[in-house]
Design a protein around this ligand. Structure first.
Ligand SMILES: Cc1cc2nc3c(=O)[nH]c(=O)nc-3n(C[C@H](O)[C@H](O)[C@H](O)COP(=O)(O)OP(=O)(O)OC[C@H]3O[C@@H](n4cnc5c(N)ncnc54)[C@H](O)[C@@H]3O)c2cc1C
Length: 637
């Protein structure tokens, strides 16, 4: 298997020795350019006129240039090739590694407790926001926005007082904005529905299923290439109210469902024909990043999957069952709101809160069309600085962690390595890189940080000259269970501030195509590792080919012409996407306080650990809650 598993012991051991030598060089004062405060910032691309990453197309997300230094660090190749560290004279009250929502929120919480604090935020990407990034397109001279990663404010549990308080402090009222700005029923009002595309490679013939609500499944599937038995069993799964587990209480059923995959539920409990599996296999991709072989039946029940209608399962978690989506879903979830750029608007509001002059405007509505001035993100005169394209490569307490009063962070940028000092550090980066940054951490903590494997996803945004083909076919979104991209959907319709979504099928439109590469049959974490490999070994040309091929085949009968109708493509690769959430099929029920995310996030001297990984929950509210906890740990230490 590719990825980190191959290098967990030998390469880390190798890495352990190298920074010491480099540290010795620092102490020995052998560093050229050591006395140049702001050295890194003055030569930075982000200061150049016209620097504006949201408008870039092609390969985005983890863009080329963002991850190479981190991968070399993992592989033990970084320090042998690194030049001497350039020690700046910059010092800060807080240094944050990771400019996602967790890192930006950590800076916000720190400043609330320490007025006037000087903060440096480092991020390896060419844009801030972490997963919460936006893609901008100019279509017929009109600004069109879409999320490059994080889709919306939406969590399976209500936002905590801390996370909700942060939204309020930023001027976001999700309930009011949702009512005023988000036109969720627009496509339905045009008669557009969800379709299902069966591809010939998986099902024997290309076939698009589109049917009015209330159409029986027998009719929906009548012309499909599925076998008669598979069609019959899908109709039974979708419509019949059968108790497939008679004689058991609701809790007993749920305990069993938690430990069986949805695939096994369909095959062995519902006793469906094996031909139904391909039809449902990818339905879990968007939420979990793996297919129904690796998601528990209980989790999908909580997300209203079919087949459970007759089981009479009571809402909520199962006593003693650990974390499952069923447990999460019991409170009814959080409020929901989609900014036109997803939660990138939250990141932009946080940056406005930290560096007001970089993000003009004053409301959660006007931030949507505000043009960020990247040259103002890293100014020496500003108490808060955001330094992009900067990969932290070493983070250590100066002296004994138990009594340290200072931290030193080395980061790679543009072929050089710089070092800065601060009184505290929040690591709001990804868990799996932390052991490489801080090799001095206790071994059990490093192992715990390595446990979770983030879910890989590809959010592809495609600009179309018009969307007449969708209108002609009567679809606004299509699930494609066997195809390269498992979903295709028209952009959400949101009008906010000066921003308005297109309404006419003759106007240009952005569509989303989602792919979550995985390896069915393997345990979830191994499937994610295979997905990382798939993403990083697929070039833009292959993505483009699949986009053209798939759209051409799905929309052919609607008159779609890929050669003429596609005007731009942005492929947002997130090999390290969702935080790993424990899976009852593969992970033990750890005793309280012993889950890897809890062991892994322990404060280490003046270094605290945030990020949604620390909450083992792939949601924005988790990123915020973990930032708050990390800041509290440092301020109370
Ligand atoms: C495609 C996608 C869709 C999602 N949709 C939703 C949604 O609809 N709703 C929702 O609530 N949540 C969603 N999530 C999850 C949500 O985005 C995250 O939980 C949250 O944004 C994570 O924020 P974070 O700051 O913890 O981590 P990140 O956003 O990952 O930010 C961490 C940053 O640290 C950087 N970093 C890592 N190592 C280093 C280093 N050594 N030096 C410098 N920087 C480093 C990373 O590159 C990254 O930029 C989605 C996630 C993905 C990937």
């Amino acid at each position: 298997m590719p990825g980190r598993a191959a290098n967990t012991i030998t390469r880390r051991d190798f890495l352990n020795g190298v920074p010491l030598a480099v540290g010795g060089a620092v102490a020995g004062g052998l560093l050229p350019g050591a006395n140049a405060p702001g050295l890194a910032a003055e030569t930075a691309p982000q200061d150049a006129s016209g620097y504006y990453p949201p408008a870039l197309t092609g390969l985005r997300g983890s863009q080329p240039g963002a991850f190479e230094a981190a991968h070399r660090l993992r592989d033990g190749d970084f320090w042998p090739q690194a030049g001497a560290i350039k020690q700046t004279t910059e010092t800060y009250d807080l240094i944050v590694v990771g400019g996602g929502i967790s890192g930006l929120a950590a800076a916000h919480f720190w400043r609330r407790q320490h007025a006037g604090a000087r903060i440096l935020i480092l991020d390896n990407h060419d844009d801030f926001g972490g997963h919460a990034k936006r893609n901008e397109f100019a279509l017929r001279d009109r600004l069109e926005l879409v999320n490059g990663g994080t889709l919306m404010i939406d969590s399976p549990k209500p936002y905590s007082a801390v996370a909700d308080g942060l939204l309020k402090a930023l001027g976001i009222d999700p309930v009011a904005l949702s009512k005023k700005c988000w036109h969720r029923d627009f496509y339905a009002s045009l008669g557009l529905r969800r379709g299902i595309f069966l591809d010939k490679e998986t099902f024997g013939a290309d076939h698009l299923i589109v049917a009015a609500d209330g159409t029986s499944w027998a009719r929906r599937l009548a012309q499909s290439p599925l076998s008669p038995q598979a069609r019959k069993d899908i109709a039974r799964i979708e419509e019949a109210r059968i108790d497939y587990m008679p004689g058991l209480t609701s809790d007993d059923k749920k305990r069993r469902l938690a430990k069986m995959s949805y695939r096994d539920f369909l095959l062995h409990v519902v006793k469906a024909d094996p031909g139904v599996i391909a039809f449902y296999q990818a339905r879990t991709h968007g939420e979990w990043g793996v297919g129904i072989d690796a998601v528990s039946a209980l989790d999908v029940w909580a997300f209203d999957f079919p087949g459970f209608q007759g089981l009479d399962l009571k809402p909520g978690a199962v006593p003693g069952q650990g974390i499952t989506a069923a447990g999460y879903a019991e409170d009814g979830g959080s409020y929901r709101f989609h900014f036109p750029d997803g939660n990138a608007s939250i990141a932009r509001l946080l940056v406005r809160d930290l560096i007001a002059e970089a993000v003009p405007g004053e409301s959660a509505e006007d931030v949507v069309t505000a043009r960020v001035d990247y040259a103002k993100l890293d100014r020496a005169a500003s108490p808060v600085r955001i330094r992009l394209s900067s990969t932290a490569v070493r983070v250590r307490n100066v002296g004994d962690p138990a009594s340290a009063r200072e931290v030193e962070i080395a980061y790679a940028r543009g072929g050089d390595v710089f070092s800065v000092r601060g009184t505290a550090c929040v690591l709001a980066c990804w868990n799996m890189i932390v052991p490489y940054l801080c090799p001095e951490l206790p071994e059990p903590q490093k192992q715990a940080l390595h446990y979770g494997v983030k879910t890989p996803l590809i959010y592809t945004n495609v600009a179309l000259r018009n969307w007449r083909a969708f209108k002609a076919l009567g679809v606004s979104q299509v699930h494609a269970p066997g195809a390269y991209f498992s979903s295709v959907s028209l952009n959400f319709v949101v009008d906010i501030g000066d921003y308005g979504s297109p309404r006419s099928p003759d106007e240009p439109m952005l569509i989303r195509m989602v792919r979550t590469p995985c390896a069915p049959g393997l345990p979830e974490r191994d499937q994610h590792r295979a997905g990382h490999y798939d993403i990083l070994n697929t070039g833009f040309a292959a993505f483009e080919h699949n986009i053209r091929d798939q759209l051409g085949r799905i929309l052919k009968a609607g008159g779609f012409d890929a050669a003429n109708d596609i005007t731009a493509i942005t492929v947002n690769r997130w090999p390290h996407g969702y935080a790993y959430e424990y899976n009852p099929l593969f992970d033990p029920d750890w005793p309280d306080g012993q889950a890897p995310n809890v062991v892994g996030r322990a404060r280490f001297g003046r270094i605290a650990i945030a990020n949604s990984d620390a909450g083992a929950a792939a949601y924005t509210d988790s990123a915020i809650d973990q930032a708050y906890r990390a800041v509290q740990e440092l301020t109370q230490a």
